[in-house]
Design a protein around this ligand. Structure first.
Ligand SMILES: NC(=O)C1=CN([C@@H]2O[C@H](COP(=O)(O)OP(=O)(O)OC[C@H]3O[C@@H](n4cnc5c(N)ncnc54)[C@H](OP(=O)(O)O)[C@@H]3O)[C@@H](O)[C@H]2O)C=CC1
Ligand SMILES: O=C(O)C1=N[C@H](C(=O)O)C[C@H](O)C1
Length: 249
């Protein structure tokens, strides 16, 4: 059995917090040393690592407190960060180890590589890229964190930044689609756990790459694997590609 570690759960009453609790409680090598939610305080010094699925504001505040005291390490799953909040997390990661990902599933992290590969090989003038995602009615941010990661992978395949080639949402009469752009569409309905599709379309053919999450526990298991990985790392901002060993040094 691997060495015992002390974990904390931020946002523990939420959908993901509850799923993470279940996965951690089932492990013999983890002691859950802190569980906290909005408006609650906890002694984070008791933890080697905290798993956080809360809100962008809460994640940034947690990262700042952890960075101030030089630990614990963090696994951040919250989505919907502004560029300024992303910059705050990068600053905190100079002092502590953080794994941040918009999606902790193995399938999505393989999909990221496939999307980058396809985007690199399909000429941007001929092949349009559209990303669609569907989630439950309680999700507050859009596009989803996963959709944005897939967009970033496609942009990387085209040797550019997503910000340079992201389409504005389609609404009203706004002219023909500009070639080389990446479009995003979101559906919010019922209890859908998480569906993502990246569509590459030319005049002659359509290539569709997609992923479906069947159970929310999938993300919790990935986040716990990230926690076990990150607790022994030095400061830095890591993602699931690092945890899974998909990124070459
Ligand atoms: N990366 C991934 O794989 C996944 C990411 N997510 C993301 O995780 C986040 C949470 O999702 P989900 O669990 O569905 O959402 P929920 O709204 O169910 O849960 C969020 C929880 O965080 C709590 N919270 C709010 N502020 C704080 C705070 N300051 N400190 C601690 N906890 C706080 C909320 O409390 P209260 O309700 O009282 O405000 C709530 O209990 C979202 O951003 C979502 O997009 C979701 C699934 C997978
Ligand atoms: O809010 C959710 O539920 C999910 N959020 C993540 C995202 O924004 O991509 C991951 C997953 O799809 C579920």
């Amino acid at each position: 059995m691997s060495a015992i570690f002390h974990a904390g759960i931020s946002g523990y009453r939420g959908r993901m917090g509850r799923a993470v609790s279940q996965v951690l409680d089932a492990r013999e090598d983890v002691v859950v040393a802190a569980r906290f939610d909005w408006g609650e305080t906890a002694d984070i010094s008791l933890c080697d690592v905290i798993i956080d699925f809360s809100t962008p504001d809460a994640s940034v505040a947690l990262a700042q407190s952890a960075a101030e005291r030089g630990g614990p390490s963090l696994v951040i799953g919250s989505t919907g960060f502004t560029p300024e909040q992303e910059a705050e997390l990068m600053k905190a990661a100079e002092k502590i180890a953080i794994v941040k990902s918009g999606n902790f599933s193995l399938g999505v992290n393989i999909l990221i590589g496939l999307v980058q590969h396809a985007a690199q090989r399909l000429d941007a003038q001929d092949w349009d890229i559209e990303i669609t995602e569907a989630h439950h009615r309680r999700k507050v941010d859009s596009p989803s964190g996963t959709a944005l990661m897939l967009g970033e992978a496609a942009a990387e395949g085209r040797f550019t930044d997503l910000a340079e080639i992201r389409s504005k949402p389609y609404d009203g009469v706004q002219g023909e689609r500009e070639s080389g752009k990446i479009g995003f569409s979101s559906i919010r309905a019922g209890g859908i756990i998480g569906e993502h599709t990246v569509l590459f379309a030319s005049e002659d053919e359509v290539l569709t790459l997609s992923h479906s999450a069947i159970d929310r526990s999938l993300f919790a298991k990935g986040a716990v694997a990230a926690a076990a990985w990150v607790r022994t790392r030095g400061p830095g901002l890591y993602d699931m590609q690092d945890v899974l060993g998909f990124r070459q040094a």
